[in-house]
Design a protein around this ligand. Structure first.
Ligand code: BG6
Length: 478
């Protein structure tokens, strides 16, 4: 069979601390913003409501992230299953609040550090390279409530201390890192990645763009610390990429697509990879009434310490139609946009578009000429196990197969792609709906939306399929 993927290609899977670990208040961990976000389908609208202020109200809401899938206690079993699939790498995040429970302590919590020593060592013992996200949608709650989230410049110093602590502790054994998960998602939803509420500025472009600026400075500090710790370390950015189409060839739609692609897909990476604000930023800020507080030294730091690779998530494309106000909205698509008549959608309305991934890879490589790493991709679906917990998830296999084929095509186009870590390699709590029933995994976890159940792990059909994909280095996709 013809080899379409390079030797050393990093096949693996991805999770995030707040969606798998549980144990939200164990061993000295403090609450993070996600611990204060209710579960359920209404989750994002609750967070986006004017009164929301991160108060934990257990009488009114459920908080599935508090228990997650108990990966905190069961990580050895989970990582052994990943190893059985042949993972070359495992992308996970460190919960900042296990290391600095409120974010402002001067000394780290040793129990939290010891936990990730064990997780990392378990991966390495199985020949799996850890790929660590420093911040996956979960700043310490105290930094959100007392400081107002990332719009407050003081948060940079607290992040820097956290980044230094973990990079110094683990940098000699972990080569691949990322700074902020889906940093650009704030364009549409700043509650998770910037910890802003409506009360603290989520709807105010000034707050959002200032928060981004502070994150860019913090990201460059993390790159600096990483390279000083060990020049071998590769620090990536992480963006949410949604290939954006104009609905038709009307110039208005074409222009809107260009502008949205810049403002959403490229704005953050242009700074984190390019080391400066892009040419279109000034006009964008002006149109939104934004005046940034850029301190002396910020732009020099950003220019000097750029990321080594581009990590990105890709789930779907989005389509813009600005000329027809009655055009159907794409249901469930977090990014909004119009329904694309050429695409099928998932049970949650996310439009499935493998060709869009090939376009994404080409657009990113064309612009940045940096190695790319697909660190999230996958199909959220309802799985229906029979009485023996057999799950024939052919729909998931089909989705992944088509996206892997698109990756192979993009490699032949000439892009440089380091690896692929499908999202939620083990079932976990969904980010946008805080439920278990939206499943992505190769491994089924017997828990329902209230986190009731045995918690037992079962291999789905996709488990052995992915095992074969990895063993054949992407040649055998049957
Ligand atoms: C990405 C996030 O946006 O998409 C993950 O980085 C998230 O945290 C994933 O889980 C899938 O989204 P959802 O809402 O289906 O969990």
């Amino acid at each position: 069979m013809k080899e379409r993927f390079p030797q050393g290609f990093m096949w693996g899977g991805a999770t995030a601390a707040n969606q798998v670990e549980g144990a939200w208040d164990e061993d000295g961990k403090g609450p993070s913003i996600v611990d204060a976000i209710p579960g359920g389908k209404a989750r994002l609208s609750i967070v986006a409501s004017p009164e929301f202020d991160f108060t934990i109200d257990s009488d009114r809401y459920t908080y599935p992230n508090h228990k997650g899938i108990d990966h905190y206690h069961r990580f050895r079993e989970d990582i052994a299953l990943f190893a059985e699939m042949g993972f070359k790498c495992y992308r996970f995040s460190i919960a900042w609040t296990r290391i600095y429970p409120t974010g402002v302590e001067s000394e780290p919590n040793e129990a939290g550090l010891a936990h990730y020593d064990e997780v990392i060592d378990t991966c390495i013992a199985h020949g799996i390279a850890p790929v660590i996200t420093l911040s996956h949608y979960e700043m310490p709650l105290h930094l959100a409530t007392a400081f107002g989230g990332w719009k407050n410049r003081d948060v940079i110093g607290h992040f820097e201390r956290y980044a230094r602590t973990v990079l110094t502790r683990y940098g000699h054994k972990v080569k691949y890192w990322m700074t902020f998960n889906e940093i650009n998602s704030a364009a549409h939803f700043p509650m998770m990645s910037q910890s802003l509420t409506v009360k603290t500025g989520a709807l105010d472009p000034q707050a959002k763009y200032q928060a981004w600026h502070n994150q860019f400075v913090a990201s460059s500090l993390a790159v600096k610390i990483a390279h000083e710790t060990d020049p071998q370390i590769q620090m990536g950015c992480m963006i949410l990429f949604a290939t954006t189409y104009a609905y038709d060839c009307h110039p208005v739609n074409q222009l809107a697509t260009l502008k949205e692609t810049q403002a959403f897909n490229f704005y953050c990476a242009d700074v984190q990879v390019g080391g400066k604000y892009p040419y279109y930023a000034r006009r964008l800020w002006q149109s939104l009434g934004v005046t940034l507080d850029i301190q002396p030294g910020d732009m020099e730091l950003i220019a000097a310490h750029r990321v080594d690779y581009i990590g990105f998530s890709y789930y779907m494309s989005t389509t813009l139609n600005k000329t027809d106000p009655k055009a159907d909205a794409a249901q469930g698509n977090l990014l909004g946009g119009t329904r694309n008549p050429f695409l099928e959608a998932s049970d949650w309305g996310w439009e499935i578009d493998p060709t869009g991934l090939r376009i994404a890879l080409n657009q990113l490589y064309d612009r940045y000429q940096k190695p790319l790493f697909i660190v999230e991709n996958g199909l959220g679906a309802v799985d229906k196990p029979d009485e023996n917990f057999t799950i024939n998830d052919d729909y998931r296999i089909n989705y992944l197969r088509q996206h892997i084929e698109a990756m192979a095509d993009a490699l032949e186009d000439g892009v440089e792609l380091m690896g692929y870590t499908p999202w939620g390699c083990i079932d976990l709590v969904s980010m946008s709906t805080g439920e278990m029933s939206k499943r992505y995994g190769f491994i089924y976890v017997d828990l329902d939306d209230t986190i009731s159940g045995t918690g037992n792990r079962y291999k789905k059909k996709s488990f052995s399929w992915y095992q074969k994909v990895i063993a054949s280095n992407g040649s055998d996709l049957r």
